[in-house]
Design a protein around this ligand. Structure first.
Ligand code: ATP
Length: 306
């Protein structure tokens, strides 16, 4: 059996452990949003920068005793930076994200946000600061509107509309029989993987987080859908700190910093260009993905002539 995590919940509903230390801190809530006169959302950035800083200090973690998954990971991300975590399947990328939002506690070292150990953060403070676009978005058997509003329950219809537009979800909604009132989920309309991810992005737009975390879906989306989703995410990431777990390196090559993981350790870090120049693990991954893409292209049949 697995050890019980001290925090149990979906990535959308982070909750703090009941055994909270007496000294609790709150993360400043910069970048909260309000509707302006036109119903559009505006950032109220009361700080110089609305992103959080991240520091992982030599963290170690395993789901089971004697099976370490992360083995002394250290990294730093400055406020407002975008970063990517890449590496082979099973190297610990998603686990790292889970520790960042305190779904589990580290067994060694510390996770610091704005210089504060996440174990000392006030209840609700983490939740208010972070939005997660998960691998598999959970949709409720409810209307499209309420599914988006889940990102911020108090959001107005105008704010939901704006979030749907930012997430490029409006053409999809326009094609639905009852628009925003269409039932989706269990007994309603079934959305594709890409459409569900857009709902998650719209929810994240409503939250206007200081830290955006995206765990890329392993199930391959077609290139056009993937590019569209990345464009929406890059827009959302503007002015915030963002962490992307990515399988396809081409989607994160513009990130400020890329961390390469192998077997529970960060083995390389840098920009795309720096890592290519270094000619180690990342450069090999890049070359083999480019090769695979080329072969895939060759397999696509030419369009038939009329
Ligand atoms: P992928 O690219 O396939 O998503 P990853 O790099 O994100 O992989 P993780 O999902 O973090 O890797 O998994 C790292 C290791 O931890 C793997 O050996 C995996 O089997 C194990 N693991 C992940 N989640 C759990 C869990 N809930 N319980 C037990 N072991 C787990």
């Amino acid at each position: 059996t697995l050890p019980q995590p001290s925090i149990v919940g979906s990535t959308a509903g982070l909750q703090r452990s009941a055994s909270a230390p007496s000294q609790e801190h709150a993360l400043p809530q910069y970048g909260r949003h309000h509707a302006n006169g036109n119903g559009a959302m505006e950032a109220s950035t009361s700080g110089a920068n609305s992103g959080v800083s991240i520091e992982l200090r030599n963290i170690s973690f395993g789901y089971q005793p004697n099976r370490p998954v992360l083995k002394g990971v250290s990294l730093k991300v400055e406020p407002g930076q975008s970063c990517a975590v890449v590496g082979p399947s099973g190297s610990g990328k998603s686990t790292l994200l889970r520790l960042l939002v305190r779904l589990y506690d580290v067994q060694g070292g510390a996770v610091l946000l704005d210089g504060i150990d996440v174990r000392e953060l006030q209840q609700g403070s983490l939740r208010g600061a972070v939005a997660v676009v998960p691998q598999d978005t959970v949709l409720f058997a409810d209307t499209v509107r309420r599914n988006i509003r889940y990102g911020r329950p108090g959001a107005s219809d105008e704010e939901i509309d704006r979030a749907a537009e930012m997430a490029q979800l409006k053409p999809v909604i326009a094609g639905m029989a009852k628009g925003y009132d269409t039932l989706v989920g269990e007994r309603g309309l079934k959305l594709s993987g890409g459409e569900k991810q857009r709902v998650a992005i719209a929810r994240a737009f409503l939250r206007q987080p200081r830290l955006l975390i995206c765990d890329e879906a392993t199930s391959a989306l077609d290139t056009a859908t993937e590019q569209g989703i990345m464009t929406s995410l890059e827009e959302l990431a503007q002015g915030r700190t963002s962490v992307f777990v990515a399988h396809r390196l081409s989607t994160v090559q513009r990130c400020d910093r890329i961390f390469v993981m192998q077997a529970g350790k960060v083995v390389e870090a840098g920009t795309h260009d720096e890592l290519l120049r270094a000619g180690h693990v990342y450069a090999d991954m890049w070359r083999s993905q480019a090769q695979a893409d080329k072969e895939h292209e060759r397999c696509i049949p030419e369009p038939m002539e009329a």
